[in-house]
Design a binder for this molecule. Structure first.
Ligand SMILES: *[C@@H]1O[C@H](CO)[C@@H](O)[C@H](O)[C@H]1NC(C)=O
Ligand SMILES: *[C@@H]1O[C@H](CO)[C@@H](O)[C@H](O)[C@H]1NC(C)=O
Ligand SMILES: *[C@@H]1O[C@H](CO)[C@@H](O)[C@H](O)[C@H]1NC(C)=O
Ligand SMILES: *[C@@H]1O[C@H](CO)[C@@H](O)[C@H](O)[C@H]1NC(C)=O
Ligand SMILES: *[C@@H]1O[C@H](CO)[C@@H](O)[C@H](O)[C@H]1NC(C)=O
Ligand SMILES: *[C@@H]1O[C@H](CO)[C@@H](O)[C@H](O)[C@H]1NC(C)=O
Ligand SMILES: *[C@@H]1O[C@H](CO)[C@@H](O)[C@H](O)[C@H]1NC(C)=O
Ligand SMILES: [Zn+2]
Length: 313
């Protein structure tokens, strides 16, 4: 049983981006510490002007041809997903072997080492829980892969750099079948080993990142500059939000809001662990130029124009 590997001690040794730098207690659901209070209580940058998440309004997205394909290293390596943790009773976090997993390309400046991924969810099928929304639509869940600029020594330094982190966000959409896909069945099978705050379980050699992202076209994404979505909300993130959702069956989605606790099983379940949408404050969201402006179509347009000019001459 994997449960035998659970160790509270290991939690202290894991790097954490989720709660980095925040000393004041924060929460999602108590009036005394929910996200409306963060800008006052845990100020640092929660009161800043390039905060995340945001609502992406597709009509306002601007084309940027520098948003090319990513290069993903080690995403096919099942030894790169190391441990799953109940991260401070706020989320589920999987630590990654950053000597094996990294990303580059995708309009990023240089290489970023992949350090962890974690999830945001709602409450089963009754309430959606993605952080980003698209034209106001909230997806059931959102996956965040956190990557750190490889030239920087540690997270503390990365959080001081306006592009120190590159977070890859993936929406999760529900399907009506059960136990699908197999990679997510594998991943969620470990949740019952980490119900309590700080619990950790070894998940080595079970799942690869590629298998969790199966079916997603990773060349289509939104890009903007933002922040961590949890205190201390550091404005250090180059955000990538992929347009295609990962498809996961509803029964597996339900496991997050029915298995994970904010402290111990005697207390509340973790539900709706997402921050509300933040002001854009003049920021622009960019994406790949739409297919309407491919070179071939531009050529056809020119031909059509020429034809009309010649016709009227
Ligand atoms: C969040 O806190 C504010 C003020 O403290 C309160 O008015 C609001 O109802 C709270 N919202 C939730 C969802 O708890
Ligand atoms: C945010 O709060 C800090 C103090 O905690 C203050 O120095 C800073 O000016 C505030 N920023 C904004 C944009 O209000
Ligand atoms: C992962 O992909 C790389 C590049 O295509 C390949 O060289 C490597 O053998 C693959 N690793 C695994 C574990 O499949
Ligand atoms: C979540 O959903 C369950 C079942 O639908 C419900 O009993 C529970 O009260 C909900 N929890 C919250 C925090 O809304
Ligand atoms: C991070 O790196 C900086 C610069 O090398 C160093 O001064 C600092 O002590 C390091 N912080 C941690 C937490 O390791
Ligand atoms: C799921 O786990 C089983 C058992 O460890 C493994 O054989 C299989 O390859 C895994 N499948 C995926 C897609 O992760
Ligand atoms: C969390 O659970 C532990 C162990 O049962 C308990 O000692 C502690 O007081 C709890 N913390 C909170 C904030 O409820
Ligand atoms: Zn997140």
């Amino acid at each position: 049983m994997k449960a035998q590997l659970v160790t509270l001690l290991a939690a202290c040794l894991l790097p954490t981006v989720l709660s980095e730098g925040s000393t004041v207690a924060w929460c999602y659901h108590l009036p005394s510490c929910n996200d409306t209070t963060w800008p006052h209580t845990v100020a640092h940058q929660c009161n800043g002007t390039r905060q995340s998440p945001i609502n992406i309004v597709t009509a306002d997205v601007q084309a940027d041809s520098s948003l090319t394909a990513f290069s993903f290293s080690g995403f096919n390596d099942s030894s790169a997903l190391v441990q799953m943790e109940n991260a401070d009773g706020k989320s589920v976090k999987v630590s990654l072997d950053d000597s094996k997993m990294s990303v580059s390309g995708g309009g990023l400046q240089g290489h970023y080492k992949s350090t962890q991924f974690h999830l945001h969810w709602g409450n089963g099928s009754s309430s959606a829980g993605s952080e980003h929304t698209v034209n106001g639509k909230r997806y059931p869940m959102e996956l965040h892969i956190v990557n750190m600029k490889s030239t920087l020594p540690n997270t503390t330094v990365a959080l001081e750099d306006p592009t120190g982190l590159a977070v890859l966000g993936f929406f999760i959409e529900a399907t009506s079948d059960s136990g699908k896909p197999e990679s997510w069945k594998n991943l969620t099978s470990f949740l019952s080993s980490v119900p309590n705050k700080g619990d950790v379980v070894d998940i080595m050699d079970q799942i690869s990142m590629d298998s969790l992202l199966e079916g997603v076209d990773r060349t289509k994404y939104y890009r903007y500059l933002g922040s961590l979505t949890t205190p201390s909300c550091d404005e250090a993130v180059v955000w990538t939000v992929f347009k295609d959702p990962i498809k996961v069956s509803q029964d597996l989605i339900n496991l997050f809001s029915t298995t994970m606790y904010i402290n111990t099983t005697a207390q509340s379940l973790i539900t709706s662990n997402f921050r509300g949408a933040q002001e854009l404050n003049g920021r622009v969201v960019t994406s790949q130029p739409s297919s309407a402006t491919t070179p071939y179509q531009a050529l056809s347009l020119t031909a059509a124009l020429l034809y009309h000019i010649l016709y009227w001459l």
